[in-house]
Design a protein around this ligand. Structure first.
Ligand SMILES: [Zn+2]
Length: 368
């Protein structure tokens, strides 16, 4: 069995990876800057489009997660065609109390991001470690005005909520080191997060929400099926979480039917990131595509051997391209240079890495 397909996504036109990160602005090893740093991946994997999901909030180590991540994603979008990008909310201090937010309401940030030309919003605030820092329930009045506005505008909202349930029960040393063990009583409970999403969706039933990583429900797909039947705009993405595919494999026939039945509600992503080193991105594309499109047996996620389920071509076309293009618009929104300049001026004092502040100032001079 070939390690990878010779050409990725052979049965799909205009393949679209809708979930990619810009984890750094410079590859400290090669000194390559982010400016075109995912183009090699995009071309190598035969992707027509990618969408960047900035991480402007969260744990500052080892990656500077601050407003700069929105800014470099905006520059990337400006300098590379076929690139969409979501924007994310910034928190100057945690917890996000009124005092700590210092007037930076989410609604105002949302308006600024949309004015810059971001194509949607990404929220990581439902991931338990960031949830704990922000310390405002997702269904609280802190978030309510922005969800209301996002629903009204029909803006696409990609949200990471919860994590695999096992992270509440046990975790190996590596997971603990990454801060992903949530069983010590200081994190929101697993069920609480699901309840909060139900509350948001009941208030905003038309929200254009995409729950990343299959909403971690591959062990309980009946629950997801009910949600998809209830909320007409709800989507999920197939971004690994390798445990998702192990879950799929336990009920192959069920999931084959599920993926075809909801083929207009599911989209593709990899969680690929910059710097693009080795062949991690190729491996991710190859594994997700081949699992859905072929009957190949592959060494795969979580060291689990997977045999593909081979769903029909028209379902593949929707999942690997059409659904995201329908949601985000047929092409990336243009960057409004004046608005980006204003945003940089307003927020650059929040950037932790002062080398990056300097580089952003140079890029503004050159491109804006
Ligand atoms: Zn991600």
């Amino acid at each position: 069995m070939a390690k990878y397909l010779e050409k990725q996504f052979p049965q799909v036109n205009d393949a679209f990876d809708g979930h990619i990160h810009m984890h750094r602005w410079i590859d400290e090893e090669t000194k390559e800057e982010f400016l075109h740093g995912l183009e090699a991946y995009r071309k190598r994997c035969n992707l027509k489009y990618i969408a960047l999901a900035p991480l402007p909030s969260g744990d500052p180590f080892p990656v500077a997660r601050d407003v700069s991540n929105n800014i470099i994603c905006a520059f990337y979008k400006l300098l590379n065609e076929n690139t969409f990008s979501y924007g994310g909310f910034t928190y100057p201090f945690y917890p996000a109390t009124e005092e700590n937010m210092a007037g930076m309401t989410l609604l105002e940030q949302y308006e600024e991001l949309m004015e810059i030309g971001f194509d949607g919003i990404k929220m990581l605030e439902g991931k338990p470690n960031l949830y704990k820092r922000v310390s405002n329930p997702l269904d609280s009045s802190f978030f309510a005005p922005v969800f209301e506005r996002i629903e009204r505008d029909g803006t696409y909202l990609l949200m990471h909520v919860a994590d695999p349930e096992i992270f509440w029960i046990e975790a190996d040393e590596e997971t603990k080191k990454r801060g992903w063990f949530y069983g010590d009583g200081t994190y929101p409970k697993y069920e609480e997060l699901y309840t909060q999403i139900y509350n948001i969706l009941n208030r905003h039933p038309n929200l254009n929400l995409c729950l990343a990583h299959f909403f971690f429900l591959s062990e309980n797909p009946e629950r997801l099926s009910k949600m998809l039947d209830t909320y007409p705009n709800l989507m999920v993405d197939l971004t690994p979480g390798g445990e998702m595919y192990v879950g799929f494999d336990k009920r192959k026939d069920y999931f084959k039917e599920f993926l075809v039945k909801y083929d207009d509600r599911i989209c593709f992503g990899t969680d690929m990131d910059f710097p693009d080193r080795g062949d991690a991105g190729t491996w991710l594309c190859d594994r997700v595509y081949r699992y859905l499109a072929t009957t190949d047996t592959l060494s795969s996620f979580c060291e689990h051997e997977l045999t593909g389920i081979e769903i029909p071509q028209n379902s593949l076309q929707k999942i690997f391209s059409d659904n995201l293009l329908n949601k985000l618009g047929k092409e990336p929104r243009p960057i409004n240079k004046e608005a980006l300049k204003r945003y940089i001026e307003k927020y650059k004092h929040l950037i932790i890495d002062k080398r990056l502040t300097k580089r952003i100032e140079e890029l503004s001079e050159e491109y804006l």
